[in-house]
Design a protein around this ligand. Structure first.
Ligand SMILES: Cc1ncc(COP(=O)(O)O)c(C=O)c1O
Length: 411
């Protein structure tokens, strides 16, 4: 395996010598970040230039930006089916998750979360434990799905918060958040869901989910990096993370990122339209064709999360006997950008905590690659990916001592 990786790096050095600038590049890592939509860029442009006012100022300049922020708030509220006043703009998904967790829980409280959360929630929970809170991490089954009854069983008299994600960033697997919301309501416990990877991909209705807090991130839905939202149900007593001015109804101090918020509002409008105009269905068909094409053309592969409900844009596939990381490097050299999973853990040699929690052997977890599509992907992109993946996997397996050994044993 190490040999294959070293060989690749040598190849990479050679290629860079004669680097072809006009090389075709296809991006299929939209769960890491998604390109800004041209409409969102256009919407934000004036607020990077002539419309520069501080939204808290009472003069014309401030009024202009205040109106833009409030329009964006309305658009995001429509995306989530809530009131505009329940939207708190943040600097992204991580801040929204931290605000939900640390804004609700104190030392001595009990929290229920899961083993497959993004590190924005998981590491916040670890910090809570150091602060004297008790956290129960409910498991997932082999498909990556939580049993709501495990959540019910984990409840304690002092449970303050349930924080369970809506869609997993690595597998795209959707959790039964409506059932969990029902359990939380019955038990009179606050429910937060990290919907960062669900926003724009599936309909989010906070009334149906029955959640009190819900996080989204702009850059996962074609708005700029560094923008996000925490939905806070009216009446939820949330402590702020930041102290300063009275921004965001005292829930998030700090001058608003007006251009980012305006672009997020535009992306939210486009996301709402996408459920009605066939765009989400188009992406699902592309994802399915990509997935089926890989499974048909490459043996000893499989979908992680097979059989579970998933967002329409993501597939996570294991290519047995090779390192996912080696495949990513090899595909990148040929112009296809994909990933092993969480952007922050790419490059780390630890196998994914999500795939391990699903019960995959560590070799299989390491042999897994995530393909995540976005609005800018086309049918030609899928053809391109399908033309590259089978020969690249075959080449890596040829170089892999593990695969050779497997062939000998198998024959
Ligand atoms: C499920 C999930 N939650 C939270 C985050 C963090 O969002 P941000 O990058 O906006 O801080 C991510 C980013 O990968 C994510 O996938």
């Amino acid at each position: 395996m190490r040999f294959a990786r070293e060989r690749l790096l040598v190849d990479s050095g050679r290629q860079q010598g004669g680097y072809n600038r006009s090389m075709r590049r296809v991006y299929m890592d939209n769960n890491a970040t998604s390109p800004l939509l041209p409409e969102a860029l256009e919407a934000m442009r004036p607020y990077l230039g002539e419309r520069f006012g501080n939204a808290s100022s009472i003069h014309h300049h401030g009024q202009q930006t205040r109106a833009a922020v409030e329009r964006a708030r309305e658009s995001v509220a429509k995306l989530l089916n809530c009131r505009a006043a329940e939207i708190v703009f943040t600097s992204g998904g991580t801040e929204a998750d931290n605000l939900a967790v640390f804004g609700m829980v104190h030392g001595g409280d009990h929290v229920i979360s899961s083993t497959i959360e993004h590190h924005a929630v998981l590491n916040s929970c670890h910090r809570l434990e150091k602060m004297g809170a008790i956290v129960t991490y409910v498991p997932v089954d082999g498909r990556g799905v939580i049993d709501p009854e495990d959540v019910r069983r984990a409840l304690r008299p002092n449970t303050r918060l349930i924080s369970i994600m809506m869609a997993n960033n690595e597998t795209g697997v959707l959790q039964p958040v409506e059932s969990i919301g029902g359990i939380a309501t019955e038990a009179d416990v606050y429910f937060h869901t990290d919907a960062v990877q669900a926003a724009g991909k599936c309909v989010i209705d906070v009334q149906k989910i029955g959640c009190d807090l819900l996080s989204i991130s702009g850059h996962k839905m074609h708005a700029p990096q560094g923008t996000g939202v925490l939905y806070v149900r009216k009446g939820t007593l949330l402590d702020p993370l930041f102290y300063g001015g009275n921004h965001e109804r005292q829930r998030r101090a700090g001058t608003e990122n007006v251009p980012g918020i305006v672009a997020l509002g535009k992306a939210a409008e486009i996301a709402v339209e996408a459920f009605g105009n066939g765009e989400v269905a188009r992406l699902e068909a592309l994802r399915d064709r990509l997935q089926q094409g890989i499974l048909n053309a490459v043996d000893e592969t499989g979908v992680n999360g097979e059989g579970a409900p998933r967002v329409p844009t993501t597939t996570n596939i294991h290519f047995d006997h090779i390192e996912g990381e080696a495949l990513i490097i090899a595909l990148d050299l040929k112009g296809l950008a994909v990933s092993t999973g969480a952007a922050c853990s790419s490059g780390a040699l630890e196998p994914s905590h999500v795939l391990m929690a699903m019960g995959l052997a560590s070799e299989r977890a390491r042999a897994s690659v995530r393909f995540s599509l976005g609005k800018l992907n086309t049918a030609e992109d899928v053809d391109f990916a399908l033309s590259l993946i089978p020969p690249t996997v075959a080449r890596l397996r040829e170089l892999s001592p593990v695969y050779k050994k497997h062939l000998v044993i198998g024959s």
